[in-house]
Design a protein around this ligand. Structure first.
Ligand code: ADP
Ligand code: ASP
Ligand code: MG
Length: 427
């Protein structure tokens, strides 16, 4: 069997869903487990419902109703009047109403997962019903019945033993009945049947979990790009497609922040040597990119830019060296607040780290560190990573920028950059 993943952009409206069905027509004879994200930008919109609900600003219902209407418009474009999907979608949305009718009491992260997961519940029901409508027989599967996580809401940690066991029990009998199974990305369930999510953009990871647990022959992620490119096409003009990537190269790229695949996706598929195809839903016949155990590849320079970076300069108050015991403590505090260090450098009495700006979490982290250290914060920075760099590529990317700090290890260069302040001559 194969695993396919369709992200938000591929099912953003009625035309897009029809396109997904036409792609799947080509695979009618194959057994496929299909993982879908929420439609378009639904997850962002649901986050807004939650923020308004928690802030009690009276706007939560309005934002929620707008999301619901958008889904109903789509249903009207895809299904005949009176089709049972209208009631099914309504039932899924009601879960949100139940939460936001009451004053907010539960913990934020828990509420987040209960509300935001509805995006995937709804999209999966719609796509499954549409495939069935166009004679692509499909079973709908609740991912929470397979993927079990702990109760770290918003960042569920997968219990692999239970997930593997359940996947092997639940999925093969469904595939015996119908060739396609359609399920949700991004979500899991706890042992007490509460819904969890796996982190933003986590649907790629869900697909990898299913691929691993089911020993899939391959996994394909369908995107709005021809494959993995040498840089983000939203930022750079002259990007080209990379035809083949090794697992190692893919994990490095995503670790440094390439937004095309969730970084947790690679490990499960590498562990079982499952090839991962990144293909275009706009040009489904295109070759895409294949990621596999392939070490004989020579790569062009690959550029990853992470914006909204913050540098924290942490220095000891008493002029003592930043030695092992300090570092141990610092890393513990970063881990406690789940703040990923993107780059770091340590000097005699100071330690600098580059992290992605998350104002709330950083404020609590700084408060805790302030007890023992002086902290200076530098904001609005950019983290540039180039793998397999060439001098010309680097030079062109540095125009208008000041290098705040840099590191070069073998073929990777990383730099924290700041815009050169513009000075105008007086006239
Ligand atoms: P999905 O619909 O699956 O969630 P995403 O929007 O998360 O898809 O990912 C696809 C987007 O990733 C592309 O539209 C592209 O702008 C961006 N992207 C960033 N870096 C790269 C890269 N190196 N190669 C291809 N796409 C990239
Ligand atoms: N819908 C979720 C998000 O937007 C998960 C995903 O799309 O991968 O983050
Ligand atoms: Mg995505």
């Amino acid at each position: 069997m194969k695993v396919f993943k369709f992200g938000g952009a591929s099912i953003k409206d009625a035309e897009a869903i029809k396109n997904v069905a036409s792609i799947l027509k080509n695979y009618e004879e194959d057994q496929i487990l299909i993982v879908v994200s929420a439609m378009g930008k639904t997850t962002n919109a649901l986050e807004k419902v939650l923020e308004s609900y928690v802030a009690e600003d009276g706007k939560a219902f309005e934002i929620y109703e707008a999301i619901k209407s958008k889904h109903y418009e789509l249903l009207q474009a895809l299904f005949p009047e009176g089709h049972e999907i209208f009631a099914t979608v309504n039932d899924a949305f009601i879960e949100i109403e139940w939460v936001i009718e009451e004053p907010p009491q539960d913990e934020f992260d828990y509420l987040y997962d209960q509300i935001v997961s509805v995006g995937e519940m709804v999209s999966s029901k719609i796509v499954a019903a549409y495939l069935t409508l166009v004679n692509l027989e499909t079973n709908w599967l609740d991912a929470r019945d397979v993927i079990q996580t702990d109760n770290t809401y918003r960042d569920g940690v997968v219990n692999w033993e239970i997930t593997n066991k359940r996947a092997k029990e639940v999925v093969p009998p469904l595939l015996e009945q119908k060739n396609f199974i359609l399920t949700q990305g991004f979500i899991g369930g706890t042992s007490e049947n509460f819904t969890t999510t796996l982190g933003r953009e986590g649907s790629d990871y869900s697909a990898a979990i299913f691929s691993y647990a089911l020993d899939a022959e391959s996994m394909s992620i369908w995107k709005d790009v021809p494959g993995i490119l040498t840089g983000d096409p939203r930022m750079f003009e002259d990007v080209t497609k990379i035809d083949r990537l090794s697992y190692k190269e893919a994990i490095e790229m995503t670790y440094y922040g390439a937004k095309v695949i969730h970084p947790k996706t690679i490990k499960p598929i590498q562990n079982k040597n499952i090839p991962l195809y990144v293909k275009s839903f706009i040009d489904p016949k295109g070759e895409g990119t294949v990621i596999s155990e392939d070490s004989e590849i020579s790569y062009p320079p690959v550029v990853v830019v992470e914006t909204d970076q913050v540098l924290l300069h942490i220095s000891t108050r008493d002029f003592s060296f930043v030695a092992e015991h300090h570092l141990g403590h610092l890393f513990q505090v970063f881990a406690k607040y789940r703040i990923k260090i993107n780059m770091m450098q340590n000097m005699a009495i100071s330690f600098s780290v580059c992290v992605t700006n998350q104002p709330k979490r950083l404020a609590t982290l700084i408060e805790e560190l302030n007890e023992n250290f002086n902290i200076r914060k530098d904001e609005n920075l950019e983290l540039l990573t180039i793998r397999h760099y060439k001098k010309e590529v680097l030079d062109s990317l540095l125009e208008g920028k000041i290098i705040v700090f840099e590191e070069r290890i073998r073929e990777t260069v990383q730099m924290v950059l700041k815009d050169i302040p513009v000075m105008k001559r007086k006239t």
